[in-house]
Design a protein around this ligand. Structure first.
Ligand code: 5GP
Length: 176
């Protein structure tokens, strides 16, 4: 029997936080039409809510990077499993991620993006786990800061469980 996740951030807190981030993005990208790049799969619920709170026009694309595999520890190797379809040269790119933990996944990806001559690259992360940071990744828009705890829900899974929970919850043990 799996451990029941406990609520860390309620759906109301999430809604307020997403709205606050959207206002920040609206202000910073007033005269542009940024390309929002969602990192699959964990960011899709966040991205879906975020774009509906934005007032500026945006475009959306997705990438899938390998990171955790099926465990709780971050893997060192970062592979692009599904790449961008849109051209990014000269574009303002806003990467949208669920969680920045060690930062290793994003560091490599942002580094590769910058080599493709975008006008700008910024990062928006729903959750920042600063305690475990290993790579120097600058987060421009942050939802929540948490300690070293393992979270699920609001699109974020653990072995394909709990993705559908409407709140952000934490689990102590990885479920079977
Ligand atoms: P990093 O390379 O920053 O260590 O790993 C980032 C990725 O690891 C996140 O996009 C997410 O997929 C996964 N991850 C990091 N922390 C957690 C967590 O607390 N819960 C879950 N489910 N995934 C996490």
């Amino acid at each position: 029997m799996s451990e029941q996740p406990e609520i860390l951030f309620t759906r109301d807190e999430i809604r307020e936080t997403v709205a606050r981030i959207a206002r920040e993005i609206d202000a910073d990208y007033r005269d542009t039409r940024p390309l929002l790049v969602g990192i699959l799969q964990g960011s899709f619920v966040f991205l879906a809510d975020l774009i509906r709170q934005l007032e500026i026009p945006v475009e959306v694309d997705f990438v899938r990077l390998s990171s955790y595999g099926s465990g709780m520890k971050s893997s060192r190797k970062v592979k692009t499993i599904q790449g961008l379809e849109k051209q990014i040269e000269g574009r303002d790119i806003l990467v949208v991620e669920d969680i920045v933990d060690t930062g290793l996944t994003l560091w490599r990806f942002m580094h590769d993006l910058r080599k493709r001559n975008p006008a700008s690259v910024r990062l928006c992360a729903l959750i920042d786990k600063t305690a475990r940071r290993e790579a120097d990744v600058a987060i421009n828009y942050t939802g929540f800061r948490i300690d070293d705890e393992f979270v699920v829900g609001y699109g974020i899974d653990c072995n394909e469980q709990f993705r559908n929970l409407p709140d952000i919850c934490h689990v102590k043990e990885i479920p079977e």
